[in-house]
Design a protein around this ligand. Structure first.
Ligand SMILES: [Zn+2]
Length: 420
């Protein structure tokens, strides 16, 4: 029994959860800490097998659907129409050189909560299920697994889906033993899920700075990714007069700086932007770049604002191209919709905090999450715990043991309330 809570309150095993977090971190673990475990990679597939084994050992029914989502459940062995399961989960894929908690925490805390419920024989009227959603980080397509589960998979796009290094989704999934063309079969039957709640690290500094242990998420940002390619002319970098150069990179650089200003000015105060992929072709010092390619990402909690920023960014790209005498192609790569969290699930999280004597605050999620797809089919909410220094998507991403224990206990009590 945990020293943090009254002995009359059912609680998870913090040490068992911590040891599973350590064990999962070894798949794709990096020598200096952190982890690289992209979806469908051999490390990810080994982690999937390990996770399934842990779920079975904990007494859960397990299955994997056509989109590669892993499920562990109490009371069901598959989703059925009007089955009304209470679902939790997150993801076990990571960004390159990512941390050990982003995603892993929500999956393993869900497993821990169910094991606790099973061992304590705690009553739950509704079936319970925990998911590890495929490719949350969007190596091939953002929130891929939860998108398919929620009926938002577009089969027309599957052949063209590829990682930024060019590897195709169909090939990556085939290597792992899946057929990408059949991912749509993962769609949940109507009424299969009665509520969804996901535990996650905040990935930002707000909770830590306010010294509040639990965040009740009220909305989740949408993420729009656009490829912007400026095409000029390759020329000798010594002999071509400066005023005649049609430099694809400089156009891309100007766009990147001005797009930042544009999002700050017109983003409604809550939108953020990043250019995290830059490619220059041919990419040698003695040739003026013919081509400058960027992947421009914009995030925000408001759908109309995101659409407006897309239109303004495209117009900016055309203006920059015209002025610099180059061509430009603007291609929408992916767009997730911002989501509003359910009042019922938020109330259940707050009640769990009250049971455990924990303070909480409301905040919006500045990162995208599978929960935003689930919000299109069921009442959805998220629980945040503080991230040390607000760090995430880096190898030193962490949270402290007590914070993890608190979050997992809030998840446990929220699930029990939703399943009662
Ligand atoms: Zn995550």
């Amino acid at each position: 029994m945990s020293r943090l809570y009254s002995p009359s309150v059912i609680t998870i095993s913090a040490s068992r959860l911590a040891s599973r977090i350590d064990a999962l971190a070894r798949f794709g673990g990096l020598p200096g800490g952190g982890v690289t475990r992209p979806c469908w990679s051999p490390q990810h597939e080994e982690a999937r097998a390990w996770l399934t084994g842990e779920m079975r050992a904990a007494g859960l029914e397990t299955w994997v659907d056509g989109a590669g989502n892993v499920f562990g459940a109490l009371g069901i062995h598959a989703f059925s129409a009007d089955g009304g399961a209470v679902l939790t989960g997150s993801h076990i894929d990571t960004v390159p050189e990512g941390g050990v908690l982003d995603g892993a925490l929500g999956v393993l805390a869900g497993l821990e909560a169910f094991q606790t419920i099973r061992e304590a024989k705690a009553p739950h009227r509704r079936p319970l299920a925990v998911a590890a959603w495929s490719d949350e980080e969007g190596r091939y397509g953002s929130l891929f697994g939860s998108r398919a589960f929620c009926g938002r998979f577009d089969p027309a796009r599957v052949e063209a889906m590829a990682a930024s290094d060019g590897e195709r989704l169909v090939d990556a999934m085939a290597r792992a033993g899946f057929d990408a063309r059949r991912a749509g079969e993962a769609m949940a039957p109507g009424g299969a899920v009665a509520a969804y709640v996901e535990l996650h690290i905040e990935q930002g500094p707000r909770l830590e700075e306010a010294a509040i242990p639990i965040g009740v998420v009220d909305s989740i940002v949408g993420v729009h990714r656009t490829r912007v390619v400026f095409v000029g002319q390759a020329d000798h970098a010594g002999t071509t007069p400066m005023e005649r150069r049609r430099d694809g990179f400089l156009a891309a650089a100007e766009y990147a700086l001005k797009a930042r200003d544009l999002v700050l000015k017109h983003g409604g105060g809550k939108s953020v932007t990043n250019v995290g992929v830059v490619r220059v072709h041919p990419g040698v010092t003695n040739i003026v770049p013919a081509r400058g390619e960027l992947v421009h990402e914009v995030r925000g909690p408001d759908r109309e604002t995101l659409a407006r920023l897309d239109r303004r960014s495209a117009a900016l790209a055309r203006r920059v191209a015209r002025r610099r005498g180059v061509e430009v192609q603007v291609e929408a790569m992916s767009a997730t919709t911002p989501a509003i969290c359910s009042a019922r699930v938020q109330a259940a999280i707050e009640a769990a905090c009250a049971t455990l004597g924990l303070r909480s605050t409301h905040l919006y999620s500045a990162a995208g999450h599978d929960a935003q797809n689930l919000a299109t089919i069921t009442d959805t909410g998220m629980i945040f715990i503080p991230s040390k220094g607000g760090r995430s998507h880096r190898v030193d991403e962490t949270s402290d043991g007590d914070a993890i224990e608190r979050g997992a206990n809030v998840l446990l009590h929220t699930l029990l309330a939703l399943a009662a």
